[in-house]
Write a protein that binds this ligand. Sequence first.
Ligand code: FRU
Length: 496
Amino acid sequence: MVSQTLREARNYEEITEKKIGEGERPAFHLSPRVGWMNDPNGFSYYNGKYHLFYQYNPYEVVWGPMHWGHAVSRDLLHWEYLPAVMAPDMPYDRNGVFSGSAVELPDGRQMLMYTGVVKEPQADGGFKEVQTQCIAVGDGTEYEKYPGNPVLTEKDLPAGASRYDFRDPKIWRETDGTYRCVVGNCTPGRDGRILLYASEDGFHWKFLSVLVESRGRFGEMWECPDFFELDGKAVLLISPTDMMPKGFEYHNGNGTVCQIGTLDREKNVFIPEYDQAIDYGIDFYAPQTTLAPDGRRIMVGWMQNWDTCNAHKPKGVWTGQMTLPRELSIRDGRLIQTPVRELESLWGPKTEHRNVAFADTVIRLDGISGRKIDMELEIRPGDVENIYEKFAVRFAQNEICHTAVSFRPHEAIVKVDRKFSGSRRAIIHQRRSQVRDQGGRVKLRIILDRFSAEVFVNDGEHVLTITFYTDQAADGISFFADGSVAMDVVKYDLMV
Ligand code: FRU
């Protein structure tokens, strides 16, 4: 049964999407059908298609009453909108259908697990949001909320767990057919931690363990956990709020962390051995992964961040985007991300320039321009005895605007900079990342799609993601060297 609230949302999105003209949204990154989008939810492969749901307020271009929007794709690049699947329409989720995930049941139906939010009046006249975990089951288009909701409540919390910060279940099926989920939580003192639950049938859950605790390591509340095996290691992705920077890591305020370690299966405890930021740019949060049918672990993130999202005032009726889906692996103990290989199916005309040598100047190259491109640069010193000071590539460029990626080999620092992208706000426009020192060599793969750049450094060892809203006619690209640089450029126009 489709509730009145959901019916209204579906009506609204169908009518309002007509106001978005051709070319006014990203070409191959998912944006909301209308209104506001944040976290990816329920990312899954189901019945022959990838499903990507998202935190969704159809009615406004700001965060509001949370619904789940829905899109499907065969190749992770061409997305087709389906009607919104859930609205805040039940007593246990009336103030928000928050983030969650998806799993296929043995009978072929798909189960969505999400956080239901209810505002509880406080003695001081204010409100606090009580959060519980809920379930809906469906066929890939229509989903029914489970009559036994909520399935995890405060009675399922271990001692010292906040019932106001208990959200974002990530569900999966074990090889023995039973279910597990991890849920983000924190203590009343705001120390983040991850709770692990188990279920025989996906509907009835019991608390297993505190999988891992922050103990002051990473920010406050740990949002949007994801936990999986990758290349023989256990990997935990989290999005902690209120982080403090450490060296070149964790500069985003609301940041993202990848912890790599081992799982003690007796105690159900995760033992982290290593941590890093997931993305080193400005616009990235709340990533979620799924397994592709061929075994690839694929991650997609919200290509925005709570710290900067309100600075961009959209002119139209949509705001927010997802990142390009990225294939994950572990190399030399680090998380490696590469654009999904499906991107190659969009490759159109190729422009190639080998051994371009230039020094202390700005150059342009024949055929190198565009706002929907996949461009790889291999940079090396023109003179190994005297390594250059700085290399930069500028794109989305006209007489007034540009956005830049630069590399300083002596410090091994890659920087993204959008301060001249047309922004009129004094928000954070630059971010730096320290990459592997290779004596002045660096590889930069830059994916542009109308309003974003994703920069994959040294075959995915670091990724820097930024959004910008420069006029689409600004499609120039130029290269700058302080000192002597030699480079190879291979650029494909992306045909979407
Ligand atoms: C993360 C988050 C989640 C929550 C959702 C609400 O960005 O704060 O913790 O479920 O957004 O929209």
